[in-house]
Write a protein that binds this ligand. Structure first.
Ligand SMILES: Cc1cc2nc3c(=O)[nH]c(=O)nc-3n(C[C@H](O)[C@H](O)[C@H](O)COP(=O)(O)OP(=O)(O)OC[C@H]3O[C@@H](n4cnc5c(N)ncnc54)[C@H](O)[C@@H]3O)c2cc1C
Length: 380
């Protein structure tokens, strides 16, 4: 397994790291306090090509290998977990359009996703369909020239600023997977209403929206894949998406680790830095070990994906382990900060809140365990 980055890619990761830590972190703190979206501040990231990381070169993108892409998401998450998920979801949709859109739609839409005004989003979940997307109720009714979609979508990241939405909808009654299809919806279509969800525990600069669709027209060409491929496309997108979320979690964990090390060196109790105490060192050692293990699992999943090999189970293992480890690392970060860690004057407090959702979205930890076990049981 070789996961070395080329010199160009290493330089790009370093450039993103420097930019993100200098420019994004101060804004991220402000966005969290004012609960405002980071989407209006993506201009420089578009200029750096970060919205086209997963768009092929012949469609105007950077076409970065997954390994490099994942490291960039990690760097973004270190500085702003909200920006990281905004770009990770957009990138996941770029891949869906590349692989499942008709040639005509792909050639038309994919190049535009690299430029401002064309943020992409993934609308699978509904008020009553989360872990079980197969129970989605949004309806797709056949009409002349396409379909009309009606229903409610929930928890849509990039849901307010987003222009292009991948939407799961039901074409027929019944539980069978073939009843669901996937569509590419233009948010400028009539019949779409979107409302921001306020009051999130963390990741408050990432836009999360609820949407209602009232007979939204989808042209014939905007069916993704074939009729009945809805779940298949959703699950394939989520395999890639889980690499993005595990990378987001690893980036947050790396930031927490740096914060706890630096605080442990500076803070003195009993006349010496708390870093001298073995109990504090244990928390730091466990965090470093778990972070490295998470990074190895992510690298393995990205390597398999770049090799064109099956990576669903590897992506779920990376997501399960990285997000759970990141939760533990953030928790230790707060513990090492003592009372100051409980106060928003210190960065660790926000990261502790931000990291929590990584164990929930793009499949909860419980769902990852199901995917991992199912893969294993199917092999033996
Ligand atoms: C901030 C945020 C952003 C999001 N962004 C998006 C997005 O962009 N697009 C999108 O489509 N969705 C998005 N989601 C939705 C997210 O993917 C769902 O919240 C998640 O899949 C869980 O679904 P649920 O909330 O309905 O919980 P439920 O499915 O109701 O689960 C509740 C609990 O039951 C457990 N559970 C459920 N089924 C099983 C089972 N079979 N075995 C064991 N345990 C089980 C779960 O693990 C969980 O602990 C987002 C959510 C949040 C909070």
């Amino acid at each position: 397994m070789v996961m070395e980055l080329s010199d160009d890619h290493r330089l790009m990761v370093e450039t993103v790291r420097d930019y993100a830590r200098a420019e994004l972190t101060p804004q991220d703190i402000e966005w969290d306090r004012s609960e405002s979206s980071c989407c209006a501040a993506l201009g420089s990231l578009y200029e750096m090509g970060l919205m086209s990381m997963r768009i092929p070169e012949d469609h105007g993108g950077l076409d970065l290998p997954t390994t490099c892409y994942a490291r960039i998401i990690r760097e973004l998450a270190y500085a702003s977990p909200s920006v990281a998920v905004t770009i990770a979801v957009h990138s996941m949709v770029c891949e869906v359009v590349q692989h499942f859109a008709s040639a005509h739609v792909r050639d038309d839409i994919l190049p535009t996703l690299a430029s401002p005004g064309n943020l992409a989003a993934f609308a699978i979940s509904e008020p009553d369909a989360g872990s079980d997307p197969g129970s989605a109720k949004t309806r797709a009714e056949r009409v002349g020239g396409g379909w009309r979609l009606s229903g409610a979508k929930m928890w849509v990241t990039n849901g307010i600023t987003g222009r292009w939405f991948v939407v799961l909808a039901r074409m027929a009654d019944g539980e069978h997977a073939g009843a669901l299809s996937m569509f590419l919806m233009d948010a400028e279509s009539e019949g779409l209403q979107r409302n921001i969800i306020h009051g999130k525990m963390g990741l408050r600069a990432s836009e999360t929206a609820e949407m209602s669709l009232d007979n939204v027209f989808i042209p014939e060409d905007n069916l993704l894949g074939k009729p009945g491929w809805g779940l298949r496309i959703a699950l394939s997108a989520l395999d890639g998406g889980r690499i993005g979320i595990s990378s987001q979690a690893a980036g947050i964990a790396a930031a927490c680790l740096d914060l706890m090390v630096s605080y442990a060196r500076d803070r003195e109790q009993f006349g010496r830095p708390i870093a001298d105490f073995q109990a504090v060192q244990t928390m730091i050692a466990d965090s470093q070990t778990e972070l490295m293990a998470a990074e190895q699992l992510i690298d393995k999943a990205t390597w398999l994906k770049d090799q064109g090999r099956t990576y669903s189970q590897a992506a779920s293992m990376a997501k399960l382990y990285a997000t759970e480890a990141a939760g533990r690392i953030a928790d230790r970060g707060v513990q090492i900060h003592g009372g100051y860690g409980y106060c928003n004057e210190f960065r660790i407090e926000q990261l502790y809140r931000d990291v929590r959702v990584t164990r929930i979205y793009e499949g909860t930890s419980e769902i990852q365990r199901i995917v991992i076990a199912r893969n294993l049981l199917a092999e033996t």
